[in-house]
Design a protein around this ligand. Structure first.
Ligand SMILES: [Fe+2]
Ligand SMILES: [Fe+2]
Length: 256
């Protein structure tokens, strides 16, 4: 395995490792994003067993011991499995996550105390980069789920949202909603809940110009339209699930 590095925005690097054995024959990618500045931030640590690979990739951009912030969408191995390995190599590094994630997992699991981010709180990375933390509970999964929005570039680090199979380009302007719907049909990785359409439409209000997918290419274009289309699909799924379960009668209309 190897990790490819692409600069998808000014000072924003995508580190991508393709694993052909997951969901063959298409395979699956794991991406981390490094935002450079006086206080560099890594979004997703990579799996614990991928740490040597990801550390080596980071070291081609900056000395790993310079990392200041370690952030991720939710507590899960591909999001934060190497969290403590990073804390060990970067003495100034601190995990930053929302209140729920810190309370439920990170206050105990992180080797150093995490910084607790309020919903909407920002971290100034330097180099004109500022990331805003946004709670997205149970969307697409995990009570502690959240995303980061880099305000200067309009980049939404959207974690598992829009997950797709395959090894696409680093950056695309092609449709990412269709492949995400196909992957949801296969993996069923999302915690379908009545609030998720609303949660995703709130992210659309940020009008992101780039969507940085954890599992898929980064998307350059109308991020709001893609998010609204994804929200519509989740509303459809939730509606179908409620109808199929008998909770909502077939002849009742479910408001979107
Ligand atoms: Fe996940
Ligand atoms: Fe993930």
């Amino acid at each position: 395995m190897q990790t490819r590095i692409n600069e998808i925005g000014d000072g924003i690097y995508r580190l991508s490792t393709f694993v052909p054995d997951i969901a063959p024959p298409a395979g699956f990618t794991f991406n981390q994003f490094l935002i450079t500045g006086e206080e560099p931030l890594l979004f997703h640590t990579g799996l614990r067993k991928m740490f040597p690979l990801v550390r080596s990739a980071v070291s081609r951009i900056l000395p790993p011991e310079r990392l200041r912030w370690i952030a991720f969408g939710h507590y899960e191995a591909d999001e934060c499995g190497a969290m403590n390995e990073w804390l060990a190599v970067a003495p100034q590094a601190q995990v930053a996550h929302g209140q729920t994630g810190c309370l439920v997992s990170l206050n105990d699991m992180a080797d150093r105390a995490p910084r607790v981010l309020q919903n909407g709180e920002t971290i100034d990375i330097g180099n004109r980069k500022r990331v805003r933390y946004i709670d997205t509970p149970h969307t697409p999964h995990g009570w502690d789920a959240g995303v980061l929005f880099e305000e200067e570039s309009g980049t939404l680090l959207c974690g598992d949202l829009f997950t797709q199979l395959g090894d696409g380009p680093a950056l695309t302007d092609r449709d990412i909603v269709g492949p995400a719907i196909a992957a949801e049909d296969i993996f069923r990785y999302s915690s379908l809940n009545p609030g998720m359409g609303t949660t995703i439409r709130e992210l659309a209000k940020l009008a992101p110009r780039t969507l940085a997918l954890m599992h898929g290419p980064s998307f350059a274009g109308n991020g709001a339209a893609a998010l609204r289309a994804l929200a519509d699909d989740y509303d459809r799924r939730v509606g179908t699930a409620l109808t199929d379960s008998g909770f909502v009668a077939h002849d009742q209309t479910i408001a979107a």
